[in-house]
Design a binder for this molecule. Structure first.
Ligand code: CTP
Ligand code: CA
Length: 225
């Protein structure tokens, strides 16, 4: 794929990216998790480094190698991710929430391994809501003009769900992709529409996750004060 010289249009900027998927422990050996590989977030980190940014990558349970030149902060749960992202966001020009954050976590953590009991049905797992990091970042910008970006994987009426989610979260940009059987998870490619709070809609054709990442940075750069 031929690409021109990369613009250093993020030089002097600090960007924070979350990537991967959170895991919510039930006991010392089990968790509720999701299938996010972290690839899109890592591609955002690599492209931001290439464009001159100082990059903090908050990585949730990804097995990918650390992107050269990025500060990597490893987290496990949604609560840990929130803490790391909010801390790094304090002086950030842009925050991109590419991580798949678990909406719920088990209400109780068993300090010892949960055992099955002879002749007993399993106990139901009670869940509680996790904090919504993207909504919080959007509502309480750590700096004026900070650009906040979310990701959404949707099925069915993808654009309608995306537009509603953009409004609900209050972020500046929402990258919407369609998920299905063979789409997106674990893949190195992606296809998306980037929705902006100002109404701009940017379709990104099927291609490498780096290409989508560069479109995201283009749109972020134009919104930086
Ligand atoms: N997100 C977050 N904190 C959460 C859940 C999601 O910051 N507790 C972020 C994700 O990182 C992503 C965006 O919000 O950037 C959208 O995630 P998504 O799961 O699509 O949104 P939800 O509001 O959880 O909607 P749904 O009920 O469709 O899962
Ligand atoms: Ca969710």
């Amino acid at each position: 794929l031929a690409r021109g010289p990369l613009p250093a249009d993020l030089a002097g900027r600090h960007v924070v990216i979350s990537a991967g998927g959170t895991r919510e422990p039930l006991d010392p050996v089990r968790y509720l998790g999701n299938r996010s590989s972290g690839r899109q977030g890592y591609a955002l980190a690599r492209t931001a480094v290439a464009r001159g940014a100082r990059v903090t990558l908050v990585a949730a349970n990804s097995e990918l190698p650390d992107p050269a030149g990025a500060d990597v902060v490893r987290v496990g749960t949604a609560v840990q991710l929130r803490e790391a992202v909010l801390k790094a966001a304090a002086d950030a020009d842009a925050v991109v929430m590419a991580a798949a954050v678990a909406d719920f976590r088990p209400a109780h953590y068993a300090a010892g391994k949960i055992k099955k009991q002879e002749g007993q049905e399993p106990a139901p797992v009670e869940l509680v809501r996790n904090p919504d990091v993207l909504a919080e970042l959007s509502a309480e910008r750590a700096r004026p003009g900070q650009v906040v970006v979310g990701f959404a994987a949707e099925t069915d009426d993808v654009l309608a769900h995306g537009r509603a989610k953009l409004a609900r979260k209050g972020c500046d940009l929402l990258v919407v992709n369609e998920v299905g059987e063979r789409k997106t998870f674990g893949s190195t490619e992606n296809e998306a529409v980037v929705l902006a709070a100002d109404g701009e809609e940017t379709p990104v054709p099927h291609g490498p996750k780096e290409a989508l990442a560069d479109v995201v940075w283009d749109l972020v750069v134009r919104r930086l004060p």
